[in-house]
Design a protein around this ligand. Structure first.
Ligand code: MN
Length: 742
């Protein structure tokens, strides 16, 4: 956000005040006097504190906190305390107002939540790796879920207005969002927000494809509406007979999920049968919910044929994020498959707004519910002080944000929920970490199974333990849950540390004999023997996996060991990469190909990433890799999301220079139906005669009339490759031509 010398104009103040009053009027039921006073005070303070600030778009900054507050109320369903905090959320970080003042004026609770939000914004702190910040997100999550819910609203508004940001920042924010906020939104049941996150992310990374699908969805809207009325007409009378209010909606799937279907299932837009789901919502009292949902199900299946495998009953067993609904797929009018979602108004509000709505309905039930159990799980992961590095922690945690779930039971019949793919050993760790540590044998449905046995729904699991059993490194391969992983990891670490003592003594003795200092040399030796840390080296020495005679190849200078120069044990990838390119490039390749942060790329030691091989014209960014200089990746590189999300601070802006004579190697995958030798000749002729590009390698494999060809060619830029792809597609017998990564 920019600071300007000029405060908001009187006109701007009027606009924002009107805006605010409209918002307050939309709150239903209206706020009581006390809450209304608190929120007014927060608004007045926020207007005053932010009055010199403007957003990138030029509008007064105060619009942002107000919009975030609106999202908190209308889209998440949060209460007055959260609305107050949302208005104040950027105040401590960006203005002169101190936390103490908030505490004095609004109380401890508000101050603490704002403090949590301020700390979360450290994720824009360029010094600290993103993973550490995620850990912070999670600590505030277990402290007070409202911090994360308000943060979601903040992120959503920033994404909605991301257009005014520079491109490389957009990419970074998109990646960070999809890495952590999308799964969190899912886990907190904020389905609508999740859907919007995904669509904005998709729009940022593939704008053309996004627009294409959006337009097609709009064009087909009328058709969908008339299909839904055709579907519902034979049901209307029967639904009326139920004697309760009901609504029927057709909800289109998100644009990004439609795109994923097109891509993964290799179908066209028109071939996707489940572009939308039909939702039937009944308004019934809480104790009649289940019976009415099944009555509606039965009404529908009297008329239409259901597909039994597609029946999902989340009414009897809600998902662990609180989602409740009855799903089925039926064969509808015109023989089309239609997904049906049957639920009550209460279930629908939870499904749309998630966490906050869930609590609203939970009332004062004291029973531990799905959320409590989940939060407890995170708390445990966080408490585990095995000082796992943040990245490990995040990947452990992410399995906790699982999508598909299975239910298994203890011998006493307690139900436990696991991510799909969880094993018998995961179950043992879920019961208690001690049960996990000492598990010797596990029975599922009374039969002995291997520890890595994958659980299925309804399995009954019992674990036998033995005092002398302990975890080893292989166990990590037998589990998928974060809890089990982190417990095993810390046990193994402890084991290694014990053994390592012995290895450390061995090394110390050696160095003493060579008359050099231990502390001065040990970190160099960790690198020299290619280990990540001291304990890893010591442990390997104790297992005799290190050839200590290699120490003799080192020179002794005073009390220090020194590597002979030029003896590089590691192959430098960036160098290899460059050579390959130079071999291929025209001799007079002199112009800078890439501008980095606006300067000619030559000033930096840059190279092109092997994982995605960018070519002139591709959308790109630069990434400062540790040890191998600056790498240029494509924005849609398969690694990009991970890099952008975790190491956003190492991302730099990169653009193509205008004219370069460089040649780039591109690999294409061609799939088609074999019509004899003609195809190969057709491809080669087209490429070399018609288009005039050089073929580097070409291989083709076929089977029963179907073939796959891989062809590697030299091109100048991405316009040329698009032209080539178009031209190749014109050849008879070719079904698809696609650029591939490797
Ligand atoms: Mn904000």
């Amino acid at each position: 956000m920019g600071k300007s010398k000029f405060p908001m104009t009187a006109e701007e103040v009027k606009i924002i005040k009107d805006d605010y009053h409209n918002f307050i009027d939309s709150i239903n039921p209206p706020l009581n006097e006390e809450d209304s006073k608190m929120i007014d005070e927060a608004f007045t303070l926020a207007v005053e504190a932010h009055k010199f600030q403007r957003r990138k778009s030029g509008e007064p900054y105060i619009h942002h906190p107000l919009e975030v507050t609106r999202i908190c109320y209308h889209e998440i369903g949060l209460g007055p305390t959260s609305l107050t905090c949302a208005l104040l959320h950027d105040i401590v970080e960006d203005t002169e107002v101190k936390l103490d003042e908030l505490k004095y004026r609004f109380g401890t609770k508000v101050a603490k939540i704002v403090d949590g939000l301020t700390k979360l914004d450290g994720s824009y702190n360029v010094q600290s790796p993103q993973a550490e910040n995620y850990k912070k997100v999670l600590s505030t999550l277990v402290y007070d879920v409202r911090v994360v819910l308000i943060k979601m609203a903040d992120r959503l508004h920033n994404l909605r207005t991301i257009g005014s940001m520079p491109r490389h920042k957009q990419l970074r924010i998109a990646a960070e969002t999809s890495y952590i906020y999308v799964p969190l939104a899912h886990r907190l049941g904020l389905y609508n927000i999740k859907k919007e996150f995904e669509d904005i992310i998709f729009k940022i990374s593939e704008e053309k494809k996004y627009n294409e699908i959006r337009d097609k969805l709009q064009e087909s809207q009328e058709q969908r509406d008339s299909y839904i009325s055709e579907f519902i007409s034979p049901l209307k009378e029967k639904l009326l007979e139920l004697g309760v209010p009901y609504r029927v909606l057709g909800r289109p799937k998100s644009i990004s999920s439609i795109y994923n279907k097109i891509k993964n299932k290799n179908v066209t837009f028109d071939e996707i049968y489940d572009l939308f789901a039909v939702r039937i919502i009944v308004d019934v009292p809480r104790d009649k919910e289940k019976s009415f949902c099944w009555q509606v199900y039965s009404l529908i299946t009297d008329v239409y044929t259901p597909i039994p495998e597609r029946l999902k009953d989340w009414v009897t067993n809600p998902k662990s994020n609180g989602y409740e609904s009855l799903h089925t797929t039926i064969i509808g009018p015109q023989g089309k498959f239609v997904e049906i979602q049957i639920r009550t108004e209460r279930m629908d509000e939870i499904a749309e707004k998630g966490f906050a709505a869930h609590w609203k309905y939970k009332g004062n039930e004291t029973r531990m519910d799905v959320y409590d159990r989940w939060l407890d799980n995170i708390r445990e992961l966080l408490d585990d002080d095995s000082s796992t590095d943040a990245l490990e922690f995040i990947s452990d945690f992410k399995t906790n944000l699982f999508k598909e779930e299975i239910y298994a039971f203890t011998p006493k019949g307690d139900m436990r929920i696991f991510p799909k793919g969880a094993t018998a050993l995961d179950f043992a760790f879920d019961i208690h970490s001690d049960v996990g540590y000492h598990a010797v044998a596990i029975k599922v449905n009374n039969k002995l199974v291997p520890m890595g046995y994958k659980l299925s729904n309804g399995d009954k699991v019992s674990v036998m333990t033995g005092k002398n059993q302990k975890p080893n490194e292989n166990w990590l391969k037998l589990v998928v849950t974060g809890k089990a992983k982190s417990k095993i990891r810390s046990a193994v670490k402890e084991e290694k540390r014990k053994h390592g003592e012995f290895g450390k003594e061995t090394l110390a003795r050696k160095l003493k004999n060579m008359k050099v200092d231990f502390d001065l040399n040990v970190d160099m030796l960790v690198k020299f023997f290619n280990f990540k840390s001291r304990p890893d080296l010591f442990y390997a020495i104790s297992n005799e996996r290190v050839d200590l005679s290699k120490l003799k190849t080192l020179k002794i200078v005073g009390r220090k060991l020194v590597k002979e120069v030029k003896q590089k044990p590691v192959i430098d990838n960036s160098l290899k990469d460059k050579n390959r390119r130079e071999d291929n490039a025209d001799e007079q390749n002199i112009n800078p190909i890439v501008y980095i942060n606006g300067e000619p790329g030559e000033k930096y030691d840059y190279s092109f990433a092997n994982c995605c091989n960018p070519i002139q014209g591709d959308d790109i960014f630069g990434f400062i890799a540790s040890g191998s200089g600056l790498k240029i990746h494509r924005s849609n590189c398969p690694n990009a999301m991970h890099l952008l999300a975790n190491y956003g601070y190492r991302v730099v802006k990169a653009e193509w220079g205008s004219n370069s004579n460089a040649n780039f190697v591109v690999d294409l995958l061609i799939i088609g139906v074999d019509s004899g030798q003609g195809v190969i000749k057709g491809i080669v002729d087209k490429l070399s005669d018609d288009i005039g590009v050089n073929i580097r390698t070409f291989s083709i494999n076929g089977d029963e009339g179907y073939y796959e060809g891989k062809i590697s060619i030299f091109v100048k830029n991405n316009n040329q490759i698009n032209l080539i792809i178009r031209k190749l597609k014109e050849i008879d017998g070719i079904n698809s031509v696609e650029r591939i990564e490797k």
